[in-house]
Ligand binder design. Structure first.
Ligand SMILES: Cc1ncc(COP(=O)(O)O)c(C=O)c1O
Ligand SMILES: Nc1c(O)cccc1C(=O)C[C@H](N)C(=O)O
Length: 405
């Protein structure tokens, strides 16, 4: 353990070498970031891609300001939810026509989970298994969905879900990456176990999409949801997405069948007839401004292979852990994020009793992570704009703060 202020030169030299060899290094210039700050909070709110304000000025000034109502057709507003869904799809490993963008993640959790229970049918499947460590909104909504559908909610630690599913399970809802610890859960294994038990698998991808390969189609996932304001950089409150596997679309029975999901919305008939395909997941009028900001921001992904993003993400989090080990006295911080790559998302979570004061100091010194009360320091590594020198600097400032310097 180093007791000195200065880091071993080798770590800074290594950072410089890793940055020089980084095939994604040029992406950082696409974002509005200042060099004085190391932004490690992209797992809460992604940074702004530089070109988005000009695009939004056009949307507001021309599409809304001049074309007005004509823009629903002429500017492609009406079809934006499916069109942008198809832009998100490759990042999820989904073929076109299965992802629709709109509403919040919370609302999509509701649609997906009630839809999953309806897909599972009624033959004795009276339980919904939910990840006991889930982000709270999923748990709250699952509890309500269970009450509404007359099912019993069974909270289970993610590692035990595969063993807990059985003939009574209608659906399982699991977070792909734990928002607190950064632990990556076994999507292929849990999905396969749910299927073997005859249950429907629903995944929350908020903390994985845009950071690692999800491969929804390859793993036969049934339904999935996620937000676009973290690793997808869509902006504060940007619309979420809903994935309904093509094989389920015809039977997907949305609990929120708004007029935008009608087969012929402008017929405005009293009776409901569901649209085909991903459109069935829509509800009401899309939030066009946020949606088009998201669409523009997705340009930063053009030509970026997700496996390359994953490789850099793991290299960044490995390097951060190595720097923390070198700079921070042993025992000062407890690592919550698993060391094994197969169990790690794209954040590092460390705990200590004085975490609130430590994070306050870090932010004041230009290292922006976040705090999850009472004692968790979260550092999110966004491979498109975080580099290795940033990472070394963050660990060094963390060590200074931890040492009270
Ligand atoms: C795993 C997870 N699910 C859901 C949400 C939030 O959902 P919403 O977009 O509805 O606020 C978050 C973060 O806010 C999250 O981390
Ligand atoms: N959605 C958020 C918001 O509106 C305000 C502040 C934070 C958030 C978040 O996304 C929190 C995040 N899901 C988390 O992992 O803690």
């Amino acid at each position: 353990m180093s007791e000195t202020l200065l880091p071993p030169r080798t770590l800074q030299a290594r950072a410089a070498e890793l940055d020089a060899a980084d095939p994604l290094a040029d992406r950082r210039d696409l974002f509005a970031l200042d060099d004085g700050v190391v932004y490690l909070d992209g797992n809460s709110l992604g940074a702004l891609p530089r070109h988005v304000p000009a695009r939004m000025a056009h949307v507001i000034g021309h599409e809304w300001g001049e074309l007005r109502i004509r823009s629903w057709d002429e500017s492609g507003w009406w079809t934006a939810p499916e069109r942008i869904g198809d832009r998100v799809a490759p990042l999820l490993g989904a073929a076109p026509g299965q992802v629709v963008v709109g509403d919040s993640t919370s609302v999509n959790v509701f649609k997906a989970l009630v839809g999953a229970v309806r897909l599972a049918g009624d033959d004795g499947r009276d339980e919904i298994v939910v990840d006991a460590t889930t982000f709270p909104t999923d748990g709250y909504i699952a509890e309500s969905a269970a009450r509404m559908t007359g099912r019993r909610l069974v909270p289970v630690a993610p590692g035990d879900v595969a063993g807990a599913v059985g003939p009574r399970t209608a659906a399982v809802l699991v977070n792909h990456v734990d928002y607190r610890t950064g632990r990556l859960h076994d999507l292929p294994g849990i999905t396969a176990a749910a299927h073997a038990a005859g249950a429907v698998a629903v995944w929350d991808l908020c903390h994985s999409a845009g950071a690692l390969p999800v491969d929804l189609d390859a793993h036969g996932v049934d339904l999935a949801v996620g937000c676009t304001y973290k690793y997808l950089n869509g902006g504060p409150g940007s619309p979420a997405y809903l994935y309904v596997a093509r094989r389920h679309q015809e039977r997907f029975d949305s609990p929120l069948p708004g007029w935008n999901s009608h087969a012929d919305p402008f017929a405005m008939t009293p009776g409901y007839a569901a649209a085909d395909g991903a459109r069935r997941g829509r509800v009401g009028t899309p939030d066009i401004l946020s949606m088009l900001a998201l669409e523009a921001s997705l340009d930063v992904w053009d030509g970026v292979p997700v496996p390359q993003v994953r490789a850099k993400s793991l290299a960044l989090t490995d390097f951060f852990l190595e720097c923390v080990r070198a700079y921070v006295p042993e025992g000062r911080l407890t690592r919550l994020t698993p060391a094994a790559h197969a169990e790690r998302g794209s954040q590092v979570a460390l705990s200590c009793d004085d975490a609130p004061a430590v994070m306050e100091q870090l932010v004041a010194r230009g290292v922006v992570g976040d705090l999850r009360r009472p004692d968790v320091l979260r550092f999110g590594f966004t491979p498109l704009y975080v580099g290795f020198a940033d990472t070394e600097r963050a660990a060094r400032v963390l060590a200074e703060v931890c040492a009270g310097r």
